[in-house]
Write a protein that binds this ligand. Structure first.
Ligand SMILES: CC(C)(COP(=O)(O)OP(=O)(O)OC[C@H]1O[C@@H](n2cnc3c(N)ncnc32)[C@H](O)[C@@H]1OP(=O)(O)O)[C@@H](O)C(=O)NCCC(=O)NCCS
Length: 181
């Protein structure tokens, strides 16, 4: 089991080292492949989209390392909502007008840790992201209910008293039927 300390979260604008990019993609893809099998809604970026984000200075990277320096977790967040193509900016502009205008609506696009780590590594990573967001900001994310229905509770635990007034903003329904032969 790897050991995690909070100080092991590195916050970067860009990751240009190709080897690090590959390690992060492997970590991300391994975890999200399983989530994609469990949800009709695509849960992850393609490799091309992911690699592009690595060099995007407006997508903040939170890198969790174990005591040996090995990359074991990744968080991605941005306050440029145009970097989140699947959300409606109009919604956030109307709902949080001042925050939107001041660019303090932060969207978490990814939170992942490798399997087999010591407990609380995911919480440690998310807590470092919440710490990074400025006071008075709004933090948002979306998740698959089938995969991560208890995510709001997880966020409450990570944010302690800093992440207040958690709100379910909407719920998308995916439906299917099978026609008789
Ligand atoms: C979600 C994830 C980051 C959590 O990290 P983790 O290191 O497994 O979780 P932690 O050890 O920090 O969790 C601490 C506590 O939170 C709980 N917890 C973990 N994941 C949770 C989740 N998705 N929802 C609610 N509670 C969760 C744990 O059961 C544990 O509770 P306990 O102390 O009562 O036993 C990790 O499981 C992961 O990378 N999953 C794959 C990607 C993913 O689903 N990301 C989130 C959605 S985008």
């Amino acid at each position: 089991m790897a050991t995690i300390t909070k100080s092991k979260v590195e916050i970067l604008d860009s990751i240009m080292d190709y080897k690090d990019q590959e390690k992060l993609w492997y970590l991300y893809h391994t975890a999200f492949r399983k989530l994609n099998e469990n949800s009709p809604s695509r849960q992850s970026f393609t490799m091309g989209e992911f690699m592009k984000l690595m060099g995007d200075g407006e997508m903040t990277k939170f890198i969790l390392r174990d005591i040996d320096g090995k990359i074991v977790g990744l968080g991605l967040a941005t306050n440029n909502l145009s970097k989140v193509p699947w959300i409606s900016q109009d919604f956030f502009r109307k709902r949080y007008p001042l925050h939107f205008e001041n660019r303090i609506v932060y969207y978490i696009e990814c939170l992942v840790v490798s399997g087999g780590l010591k407990p609380f590594s995911g919480l440690t990573l998310l807590a470092s992201m919440i710490d990074y967001f400025p006071g008075g900001s709004v933090g948002c994310f979306d998740f698959s209910e089938r995969n991560n229905g208890s995510m709001p509770i997880f966020v409450e635990r990570a944010g302690a008293k800093k992440a207040k007034r958690g709100t379910l903003l909407d719920r998308q329904v995916y439906y299917a039927f099978e026609k008789d032969t």
